[in-house]
Ligand binder design. Structure first.
Ligand code: ADP
Length: 231
């Protein structure tokens, strides 16, 4: 299988001198599902932000789909981001837009054809099980429903890679499992998923590759790994 994400000797120093990543080497193949675990401050968010070029490495190379994004010019970043879906803990929906409009907006900004937009929005709302709520506004939805809208928005452009930073961090256990069902469906369609999480139960029950970070280094990388840290 092809490398979808390839990191070579990636370092990240913040302006205050904190070394958040210390020489990370990693290959994630097309279609893989990877959990990123580690204690607070281990470097998970920094690692995740590198993949969608929210941050540039201080040193090293990051290839997404064979393109080195460490050397991308700032003006090339929006185009690159079309290839990456991103989901956050706090949903980040636009409050004055309906569910339909929130998802459609992601396609409008990249100037997709209006007919294709409608078809695609309905497809992804169907995939996340929220077609019946397409006219609702975010504040009329539960947290789990808002996260499903956010996931629909992140995949409506069919990105090969989906990145999620603590996507179940604000949700109760049952709702978290519903979100994992949605990620499983997306992964089954061939999308590579990288998910930073503190959710021990999910990592231990829904088995995938586990990468553990400590002090900005990969200290463990296991197929079907465990969460591993003490509660
Ligand atoms: P995690 O997501 O695992 O909690 P982070 O990637 O947020 O870890 O943080 C890794 C290290 O980098 C920590 O020591 C943190 O304090 C530091 N850090 C994170 N963001 C910044 C920033 N913007 N400026 C300075 N230091 C930061």
């Amino acid at each position: 299988m092809e490398d979808m994400i390839l990191m070579q000797n990636v370092w990240k120093a913040y302006p205050n001198g904190v070394m958040a990543l210390n020489g990370v080497d990693l290959s994630v193949k097309q279609g893989e599902f990877v959990y990123v675990v580690g204690q607070s401050g281990a470097g998970k968010s920094t690692f995740i932000k590198m993949i969608f070029r929210e941050l540039k490495p201080t040193k090293g190379k990051i290839f997404i789909n064979h393109k080195n994004i460490a050397t991308l010019k700032d003006r090339q970043v929006p185009y690159f981001r079309r290839k990456i879906g991103v989901v956050f803990q706090d949903f980040r929906l636009l409050p004055k837009m309906t569910v339909y409009e929130n998802v459609a907006f992601a396609l409008e900004v990249i100037e997709e054809h209006p007919r294709l937009i409608k078809k695609r929005v309905m497809e992804v709302l169907d995939l996340v099980g929220l077609k019946h709520k397409m006219r609702s506004f975010p504040d009329q939805l539960s947290g789990g429903e808002q996260q499903r809208v956010s996931i629909a928005r992140s995949i409506c452009n069919r990105p090969p890679v989906l990145i999620a930073d603590e996507p179940t961090g604000n949700l109760d256990p049952e709702t978290s499992w519903q979100i994992m069902d949605v990620f499983t469906r997306i992964n089954d369609q061939g999308t590579t998923i990288v998910m930073a999480t503190h959710n021990r139960e999910i990592v231990n029950k829904l088995k995938h590759r586990v990468i553990a970070l400590e002090g900005g280094m990969i200290v463990r990388d296991e197929e079907e790994g465990d969460y591993g840290y003490e509660a």
